[in-house]
Write a protein that binds this ligand. Structure first.
Ligand code: SF4
Length: 292
């Protein structure tokens, strides 16, 4: 099994034209990186771009976001889905305003203490916004590191070994570009079925060197992605319809909410209970609204 990390030079040269591909990369202030990382948690970059530009135009700073009613933040989240992220981001902005004087903290422990910021997002912020030498170990970064450094699929290895391999490869001189290059490479090239023929680091990739994925043709994934549960008719769909209806008019009763959302009343009640538990809606008697 190989352990020598490939050179970062080819990786960063491949990434160069992508450095300006997204608005958060063109102007990577800590606040813009925070907003983009939360949006990118569960939404593809192409869908995030217009929502991000609208969002930062509406809330141009941590303080502006912290001062806004949560209902307005949820409205501005339109088009992104997984609306609980909007509530968490609203809370995080208020925490940053209260605890850190309105400046996004640099320290990963302080970042992790923010609402909606888990270990991955904290590491991504530390690396991308502040240039700290840490690996944002998302699934793409781990897959590329596992194959390119250790010459094996990540499912065949201990996670600790893969993260250590990524850390050994990390370019300390430019953690922001290195992490984003790895994310892009994993998403576009070193996918579940790797596209080694077009990979910029194939010459130094351990998996290729071992001849196990030569050219990428016909390579079978070690782990096939699980089939997604159908969105149609799911509770996620009902929840999305409820929040959409409330964005247009808030508050309203469950009956009106069922009519406006086009969903059955019993499913709407179930969705409202879950959304209420998560702080995404308020309930006063029989009336449901977006939070302040
Ligand atoms: S050469 Fe193939 S396996 Fe190696 S990093 Fe590139 S795409 Fe992944």
């Amino acid at each position: 099994m190989g352990t020598e990390p490939p050179s970062s030079t080819a990786l960063l040269a491949w990434y160069e034209p992508r450095r300006r591909a997204y608005p958060w990369r063109r102007k990577p202030t800590p606040y813009r990186v925070l907003v983009s990382e939360v949006m990118l948690q569960q939404t593809q970059a192409a869908r995030v771009v217009p929502a991000f530009e609208r969002f930062v135009a509406t809330f141009p700073s941590v303080r502006a976001l912290a001062a806004a009613p949560t209902a307005d933040v949820v409205r501005a989240w339109d088009g992104l889905g997984y609306n609980r992220r909007a509530v968490a981001l609203s809370r995080a902005a208020r925490q940053i305003a209260e605890r850190h004087g309105g400046r996004v903290p640099r320290d990963t422990a302080a970042l992790r203490a923010l609402s909606g910021v888990g270990p991955y997002t904290a590491d991504a912020l530390a690396a991308i916004a502040f240039g700290e030498p840490v690996v944002a170990a998302d699934v793409n970064v781990l897959r590329v590191s596992s194959r390119a450094v250790l010459g094996a699929e990540p499912g065949a290895l201990r996670r600790a070994d893969v993260t250590a391999a990524a850390a050994a490869w990390l370019d300390d001189a430019d953690p922001a570009d290195w992490n984003q290059a790895m994310m892009d490479l994993g998403r576009e090239v070193c996918r579940t079925v790797p596209r080694c023929a077009i990979c910029p680091i194939s010459a130094s990739c351990s998996l290729v060197r071992r001849g196990r994925r030569e050219g990428g043709a016909g390579a079978a994934p070690a782990h096939r992605p699980r089939a997604r549960s159908p969105f149609e008719g799911s509770m996620r769909q009902v929840r999305g319809a409820v929040v959409r209806a409330l964005r247009a008019r808030s508050p309203m009763g469950v009956g009106a909410l069922a009519r406006e959302s086009g969903q059955p009343a019993d499913r709407v009640r179930e969705a409202v209970r879950a959304l209420h538990r998560e702080g995404l809606v308020t309930v006063a008697g029989r009336t449901v609204g977006l939070p302040n």
